[in-house]
Design a binder for this molecule. Structure first.
Ligand code: 3AM
Length: 177
């Protein structure tokens, strides 16, 4: 199973995001159903490891918190803009939850994640986007803001890689106190 831990975005955040999904030729928009905020990528694991991951997440205790999304930005790889994301307003509680998940999964035997946590919601992958169009899109949507919305759970997703888009399935939701 290919797994990742994420926040399954509530409708009040998802709906405004869908309104951003236009006005950029060459953008392959993430479908509404697939919009999420990744907390920890787990990757391909055998069934016994998936059970350990589930157990580790189920015993984790953390509090619910308010989440706001703000601004848009791009991901650059090797000098090319490859993705468009929506940012997250600075959120100590979100970072705390992410750190707890990281610790729990490390204890459950997963190798430590070396990359810094940069919370975002991926909006689109970019293929051959015209630079000026992308700059104009970012400029005109930079004041985007959604929330605050209370987040009362986090979710373990499985991901099936597809040719066009991956299919994400919410396997287990873990409530926050
Ligand atoms: O939340 P986003 O869409 O940025 O890019 C993948 C996606 O992130 C990321 O995990 C999320 C759910 O698929 N991902 C995929 N492969 C990865 C890897 N090898 C990865 N993150 C880290 N390492």
């Amino acid at each position: 199973m290919r797994l990742f831990v994420a926040i399954d975005l509530p409708w009040d955040l998802r709906e405004p995001l869908t309104r951003l999904a236009r006005g950029l030729p060459g953008g392959r928009w993430v479908s509404e159903a697939n919009l999420h905020l990744t907390l920890r990528f787990v990757g391909e694991v055998p069934p016994h490891r998936a059970e350990e991951v589930d157990l580790a997440l189920a015993t984790l205790r953390s509090k619910r918190f308010a989440l706001s999304l703000a601004g848009v930005g791009t991901q650059n790889r090797a000098g090319r803009e490859v993705a468009l994301w929506v940012g997250v307003e600075r959120n100590a509680q979100l970072e705390h939850l992410q750190a707890k998940i990281e610790t729990a999964l490390h204890r459950a035997g997963l190798p430590a994640e070396k990359r810094r946590f940069l919370p975002h919601v991926m909006l689109a992958r970019l293929d051959n986007t015209v630079e000026e169009k992308l700059a104009a899109y970012v400029q005109s949507n930079n004041l985007f803001r959604a929330g605050p919305v209370v987040i009362d759970a986090f979710t373990l997703f499985s991901s099936q890689l597809g040719k066009e888009a991956s299919v994400y399935t919410a396997e287990v939701a873990y409530p926050l106190a």
